[in-house]
Write a protein of this length. Structure first.
Length: 72
């Protein structure tokens, strides 16, 4: 086992005692990521609304009923 691995094995149990697992929060980075995703979704929805408003859809009229084949 190398010296680095020995140091990691000895310090690893200490890392578990440095914070309370019941009070861990996402913090500022989590908020920034969430806010960026929310702004991205808002921008996409606004763009989609704009593009859907520009669609000019006109329904074609139904064809007039035609008579069946004539008997000779």
């Amino acid at each position: 086992m190398s010296a680095t691995q020995e140091a990691i094995v000895q310090l690893l149990p200490l890392a578990g005692d440095t914070f309370d697992k019941n009070k861990v929060t996402p913090g500022l980075l989590g908020f920034i990521v969430f806010a960026a995703l929310a702004l991205g979704v808002w921008g996409l929805m606004k763009s989609m609304s704009h593009h859907m408003g520009r669609v000019d859809f006109k329904e074609a009229p139904e064809p007039a009923p035609t008579e069946g084949p004539r008997a000779p």
